[in-house]
Ligand binder design. Sequence first.
Ligand SMILES: *Cc1c(COP(=O)(O)O)cnc(C)c1O
Length: 424
Amino acid sequence: MKEDPVFSLIRKEERRQILGAEMIASENFVSPEVLQAMGSILTNKYAEGLPGKRYYGGCEFVDEIEELAIKRAKKLFDLEWVNVQPHSGAQANAAIMMALLKPGDPFVGFDLSHGGHLTHGSAVNFSGKLYQPHFYGVDKETGQIDYKNLRNTILSVRPKLIICGASSYSRDWDYKTFREYADEVGSLLMADIAHPAGLIAHSLLNNPFKYCHILSTTTHKTLRGPRGGMIMMRKNIPNPMGWKTAKGRHKTMGEILDSAVFPGTQGGPHEHTIAAKAIALQEVQTSEFKKYAQQICRNASTLAQALMDRNYQVLSKGTDNHMVLVDLRNKSISGKEAEDILSKVSITVNKNMVPFDDRSPFVTSGIRLGTPALSTRGLKEKDMEKIVDWIDQALSASQDEVHLKKIRKEVQTHMSSFPLFSWA
Ligand SMILES: *Cc1c(COP(=O)(O)O)cnc(C)c1O
């Protein structure tokens, strides 16, 4: 039988991943075990509902699998309540907003163009279409969250929900201050830790669980698990909306969030992905992962310093986490051009808006770089310096196809010495 062409495309993509320097801050490489669970027969199973309370028969084994994922997530982040079913980070956020807000309700989020996520109120997203978003941003001078502006926004909007967390912000968050501001107006505080969850798990960043009522995360960024999401609470708080069960008992926030995931915004859970989440959540709790997480941060600060040494403008002049944001406006090259040139030399990054950008989101003035994927492959500080050298050479010789080819060869040779998919 003729092989479906999809398989040869998968092999091509595998080759691209092996040979390239993957610097997209939201990407990572999962373990063979995570991959195995994701590609398993669990994908055949329908299991609408929660473990022990399903709408389908034959769930005895997926119940145990989902319970393991729940148990491991609770242990990792010291949680009273978690839902491991969201298909993605965006789905987790959709469920949280559906649980907490009515259409038209005001909330406060981090401006997309300053580093926030689409699901934090962007006009093209459900969050900006169904609800009424208001934004805070960064200070023009420091590139860090403008807390004074944040408080003013909160006091004037008096939102029901405040969201902290970002997709492209390289500094840590002052969750304590966020909580103080939230308490001033009686708002719930949510942290979206989609990006730094794996670093937070090992206390390399401030602890949001102490101060935020509800948290969402993806499982595929620094957590290095399958593509998916989770919703978490350290304390299963009573619901401020006063919603009751049929028998008149006040529902807990956990019950409200559970039903916002299913049947509110999703159908059947992806038990193959939930199995892979369970495996990844166990991997995160090892001392090897802790060393890995520390290396991510060391690599990111080395990357930031090496870029600044070559006169690249790093936003906020450094990083506390796994990502580095570069404003290219002093280099007379756009984010899109930089992304294209770097992809010619097998370095994968993404163009990114910088705060107060005058270019469109399709062009942009910046790029975002991250170290989670490279650190999984075993790259260390000295490799970051090499990579910055290649980046600088490529961006400076962008018209010189011969030079770009030479750099590409060097990058691919270097990356080949860091095995990936060693089981393949
Ligand atoms: C990546 C990200 C998400 C969305 O995750 P998806 O799985 O792509 O839907 C949500 N919030 C933040 C802050 C993110 O960085």
